[in-house]
Design a protein around this ligand. Structure first.
Ligand code: AMP
Ligand code: MN
Ligand code: MN
Length: 326
């Protein structure tokens, strides 16, 4: 059903393209998470098994909590100068190629493959394997690997299970469907290390991160009859706690979890940029709200980059959420 949607490529078409190309650059989005990186590493590891040349491009460094992922040591901002002209750039987990950042060299659509599960993907690739019902981009990759007939191994399984656990919030979000859990079980049987993923991504916290969380909680504000909770983090708060941008990951979920809160926003005013993370309990569509301000994402989890002062960001995000029914 999904595979016959206009503009969406079939599994067979993508596999044919993967078989035809000799070299690949897996591309992840800026501020990378376990889905964008895990999906690219999984496909890269599999393509290497088929004898293909594989590189990994990511503008930002690998976050501390993802350095356990196999092949993550090869991820870099550099593109090798001797790539063949028909190298395929595989964009994982982004609704538009611009999310890869400004360091990615220009390329033609002919050399772009788009693998994603976001709502409103701009279908920017030669082929667009966009499966909105998948819980992660990594499970879309898993469907490709089946058709490619690459045997699952422990490393590939760990990468894909990381994508599932990242995007379902450790199986807590509504996208942790029966299908997602079945795929996760299959990956565990193939040797994926769930304990390690849980420890690295969900349990381990730097003391500085916990102190920063305290500051963010201190700064919480409520609106719309306490259905909306928002807070912020700025450079001064990072300096005072010794934390950095990576330590803000997931704190927005704490805001969303407060009693009665339907929508939460965390405003991250860091290094001259304001990035806003939005989360919803499922009533208000925060993807639509983010889109009003040039961002995107999913129904219950979205984000945007705001250009302007923080006070203005508070006002405009509030208005966008109200326009979507907050
Ligand atoms: P985050 O709050 O950064 O965890 O992002 C939540 C979701 O929103 C993810 O699916 C992101 O890919 C998406 N997202 C975050 N920032 C942006 C942005 N500036 N533009 C488009 N999508 C975004
Ligand atoms: Mn992502
Ligand atoms: Mn994702």
């Amino acid at each position: 059903m999904i595979e016959s949607s206009p503009g969406i490529s079939t599994t067979a078409q993508v596999v044919e393209e993967l078989r035809a190309r000799p070299a690949f650059v897996m591309v992840s989005h800026v501020k990378p998470d376990g889905d964008t990186l895990g999906a690219g590493l999984a496909l890269g590891l599999a393509l290497k098994k088929l004898g293909k040349r594989v590189h990994y491009f990511q503008q930002d460094p690998v976050p501390r909590n993802l350095r356990f992922l196999p092949d993550s040591e090869f991820v870099s901002r550099a593109i090798p100068p001797d790539l063949p002209p028909n190298a395929l750039y595989v964009f994982c987990d982004m609704s538009d190629w611009r999310r890869a950042g400004e360091f990615l060299p220009p390329m033609t659509r002919e050399n772009m493959l788009d693998i994603d599960h976001h709502l409103g993907n701009s279908l920017f690739g030669k082929l667009n394997y966009v499966l909105e019902k998948e819980c992660s981009t990594g499970t879309a990759v898993m469907h490709l690997l089946r058709e490619l007939k690459v045997p699952m191994d422990r490393d590939i399984a760990t990468c894909i299970l990381t994508t599932i656990m990242t995007d379902t919030g450790g199986f807590m979000h509504s996208n942790a469907s029966p299908e997602a859990l079945e795929l996760a079980a299959e990956l565990m049987r193939a040797g994926a290390n769930k304990e390690e993923i849980t420890e690295e991504i969900f349990l381990k916290k730097r003391v500085a991160a916990t102190k920063l969380l305290g500051r963010i909680i201190d700064a919480m504000k409520f609106g719309h009859d306490n259905r909306y909770c928002y807070s912020y983090v700025n450079d001064a708060m990072l300096a005072q706690t010794g934390a950095d941008g990576e330590d803000t990951e997931d704190t927005v979920n704490v805001l969303r979890g407060q009693d009665g809160v339907e929508v939460a926003a965390l405003f991250k005013a860091i290094e001259g940029e304001i990035r806003v993370s939005l989360r919803s309990n499922g009533r208000v569509n925060v993807q639509a709200a983010a889109k009003r301000l040039g961002g995107g994402g999913h129904f219950r989890a979205s984000g945007l980059t705001f250009v302007g002062p923080l006070d203005r960001a508070f006002v405009e995000v509030d208005a966008a959420l109200v326009a979507e029914g907050l």
